[in-house]
Write a protein of this length. Sequence first.
Length: 366
Amino acid sequence: MTVDDIALTLHRGLGPKGVAHLIAVLGSAQAVYAASEEELVGEAALRPDLAREIRRRTTHRQAEAEVRYMKRHGIGAVAATDAEYPPRLRDCPDPPHVLYFVGERRALGMRSVAVVGTRMATPYGQRMCDVLIGRLAELAPQTAVVSGLAYGIDGHAHRAALRYGLPTVAVVANVLPEVTPSSHRELARDIVAHGGAIVSELHSQTRQNGALFIPRNRIMAGMSEGTVVVESPVGGGALSTAELADGYGRTVMAVPGRAGDKCSAGANRLIMARSAAMVCSGDDVVRELGWDIVRAGQIPERKPAAPLLDGDERRVLEAIGEGETVDTDTLAVRSGIPAGALAAVLLGLELAGMIRSLPGRRYERV
């Protein structure tokens, strides 16, 4: 990463896509500043006024000030042309050319999954963060959990990663080294202390405003192999992350919630619209991402303990033989549970990762 890389991002006439275009055409920030005005207009298709501005290096003084700011505050940076830049983010059409970070540079390039959701997390959403990430730590211990350091699900995802020994990356919509919300400063320090990183595309001269959160979401979606939505109302910010992930060709997953629960209405809608795969366990996340970990024999499948089940759940599970698929009508007969109550029992078992739903209202044991 050079001063040229920072300077290129400071031209107001160039957004992330414009910078990515210049790098694709000319190869590097240094090559952009070495090009003639004719090359910038002819080969790179820039406006003549912007080409002249680049030739005059009008933003280099600001870039040099940025380097001094970084040194004072212990901030690192990687450019999209650096080997340490998140490889999946580099493949997106609108990556930030420079990422500023505090913490462990290595965490940026790890295999990663984003876990996002509502700021108004319920105990159910908190528990599902713990269930998914705890199992993920068993199956794929070299995975980084990416989230946005916000209240609610984001914060719980980071804390669950720390609790189970996974590195975690927080992508923030503010200038480093500060973090928002300020009450998460201690959490940010824990993230850095345990091999993770706090990341932002914003340089120190950025004017803070509420429009920076959606652009932040594209970084979470872009650097991760998949995005899991754990609780989101309709119109929640987590759904924008899921939409961006889908646009980048990444796997989108959602944890189902109760019908009528506002906190899960957006996640449920993603599942109903076939815009997200339903996941109820870390095993499901690994399976959806195509990580061939369990089948490779590295970690055996985990069987839930029967004593944790209530009476109805035990009867339903016993009604499904090993290797058998059973429809709901047959389950109602075998278990003696009325159809209305059976649906709730089946959902509970599926959320616990003990059964899997199949087309045609059929179920099998996991």
